[in-house]
Design a protein around this ligand. Structure first.
Ligand code: SAH
Ligand code: SF4
Ligand code: F3S
Length: 479
């Protein structure tokens, strides 16, 4: 029987891609004209949020470059500013809104500046509406599904067309993407490769499924082409991205899964590391653990968000696993790869979380022995089920947050201390300020402060001499 819910691919029609190319060429003619008039067309891409947004911004940078703009780190004096926003917590939205607010002054100084705002925050109707009404200097807004349409929105505006704000439900229902969007990467040595977009999980606190739409996988051959190009050009660290990489391929009719990608990439020659994020504990399979353990290039790092250690809270969060199931995955990972670094995400102060629930989280943390965690105070997100649940008092949330950090800091220090005296292979960062001492990352993604000179974006064998809660210190012994 043919499963009609699955698709051959999730790509826009060739005519739509041709439309994008036409708009790119039209804007290019405009920037060429500016150059002939003695001006330098510059574009600034401002990014908030997670790796997914960073990856999307590298595509926006690719489009800006193809349209003839020079990329600039600051909006001052730019002809085009694109802001890529995040909505995961209230704080993220506030930061993006404050940056958009400041653009008012830039545009007052430079009225021909075109401002476009995209990403997760403005993929909520109330935010798109507020932008249209209260930020009259913003020219257009685009949803997370509309990156490839940005040249068209820009061209329309440059041609004197109206401001553009989407009906979000319509934009988010058209989720097909283009494989023809160019890319300008922020780093030579490290790269993000999206393997899929969207999320189907609807954890009860999370806005992501509402602003990024349903899961859509890229075709394996398109992913492999991108990865091969990166390896061929000397990229050293490749991270496969998806909100839940373990459901990669489930939407495609051809029966491909995430572990197949790991196995294919592991066959490539080249000196590089392979990472991926994020894995949902409900889908972290034995097959994935084996693919990783057998791989020459897969890093010994696994990010496995726990969120809470209480089964009652996990159920209220709609996470669909128990603390016991979670700990069994940790055990399997350590059995297969004894040196593995395990990191996690934890939310404190979810509605209804009792002192007992919170202590269960501390208990699982002590058992799991994470190397590091990202910890968050619950932030209600409009339109999610948890936003209608009764919130805990601020004091309770912040007191638990401090206790969580204190508990983890002691574990992190102990875990990092265990690396002292070892020789680890460190990949140096390639975005250092002048005069800054080099830093880098171990295979397990731990931060290392290096003494002496090191070239950016290269591997160095390093002897670890000291450790603290947040990282390691080491001396390079050889390249
Ligand atoms: N898809 C990934 C990442 C989601 S967002 C995953 O499932 O792990 C990254 C983290 O932000 C989440 O893991 C969660 O810990 C946190 N987060 C998401 N929504 C939140 C909210 N409303 N309040 C506080 N933290 C939240
Ligand atoms: Fe959000 Fe859950 Fe999807 Fe992660 S898996 S993006 S936490 S809904
Ligand atoms: Fe990422 Fe923020 Fe969107 S965390 S998926 S940019 S809401």
């Amino acid at each position: 029987m043919i499963d009609t819910t699955k698709r051959e691919n999730n790509m826009i029609a060739p005519e739509a891609s041709a439309g994008m190319a036409k708009a790119v060429a039209a804007v290019r003619a405009h920037t060429d004209e500016m150059r002939r008039g003695g001006q330098t067309p510059r574009a600034c891409i401002m990014t908030f949020g997670c790796q997914q947004n960073e990856a999307d911004s590298e595509r926006l940078a690719g489009l800006a470059d193809a349209m003839g703009y020079e990329l600039s780190a600051s909006p001052a004096g730019c002809s085009l500013v694109l802001v890529n926003t995040c909505a995961v917590r209230e704080h993220a939205e506030k930061k993006a809104l404050s940056s958009i607010g400041q653009l008012k002054h830039e545009k007052a100084k430079n009225p021909s500046m075109v401002i476009g705002v995209g990403g997760c925050m403005v993929s909520q109707q109330h935010r798109a509406d507020a932008l249209k009404k209260s930020y009259p200097y913003v020219d257009f807004s685009f949803c997370t599904t509309e990156l490839w349409r940005v040249p068209t929105f820009l061209q329309t505006r440059l041609d004197g067309g109206p401001r553009r704000f989407p009906l979000v439900s319509e934009s988010l229902s058209e989720t097909d993407f283009s494989e023809d969007v160019p890319v300008v990467r922020a780093s030579r040595a490290r790269a993000w490769v999206s393997v899929m977009y969207g999320c189907n999980n609807f954890c009860s606190y999370c806005i992501v499924p509402y602003v990024r739409g349903r899961e859509r996988s890229r075709l394996p051959e398109d992913i492999m082409r991108e990865v091969k190009d990166l390896v061929a050009t000397g990229c050293r660290d490749i991270t496969l991205l998806g909100q839940n990489v373990n459901s990669y391929g489930h939407d495609l009719s051809r029966g491909v899964k995430f572990s197949d990608l790991i196995r294919e990439i592991s066959k490539l020659d080249g000196d590089f590391r392979l990472r991926f994020m994020t894995s949902h504990p409900k889908d972290a399979t034995d097959d994935l653990i084996s693919a990783m353990a057998e791989s020459r290039v897969a890093s010994r790092h696994f990010h496995l968000p726990l969120q809470s250690g209480s089964d009652r809270v996990l159920a209220a969060m709609n996470r669909r696993y128990t603390a016991e199931k979670y700990l069994s995955i940790v055990e399997k990972l350590r059995a297969a790869m004894p040196d593995i670094v395990i990191t996690s995400d934890i939310i404190v102060g979810f509605p209804g979380e009792t002192e007992e629930d919170f202590e269960m989280t501390l208990d699982v943390m002590r058992k799991a022995q994470f190397d590091m965690i990202y910890s968050f105070i619950f932030s209600p997100r409009k339109g999610t089920p948890a936003a209608n649940m009764e919130e805990l008092p601020e004091e309770t949330k912040s007191a638990r947050f401090s206790r969580l950090i204190e508990c983890q800091n002691a574990i992190s220090k102990e875990k990092n201390d265990a690396s002292v005296g070892k020789t680890l292979r460190v990949l140096t960062d390639d975005a250092l300020e002048p005069g800054q001492l080099p830093t880098g990352r171990t295979d397990g993604n731990k931060l290392v402060h290096l003494s002496g000179h090191a070239e950016p974006g290269e591997f160095y064998d390093t002897i670890i001499t000291r450790a603290d809660t947040f990282g390691l210190y080491g001396d390079i012994i050889k390249a």
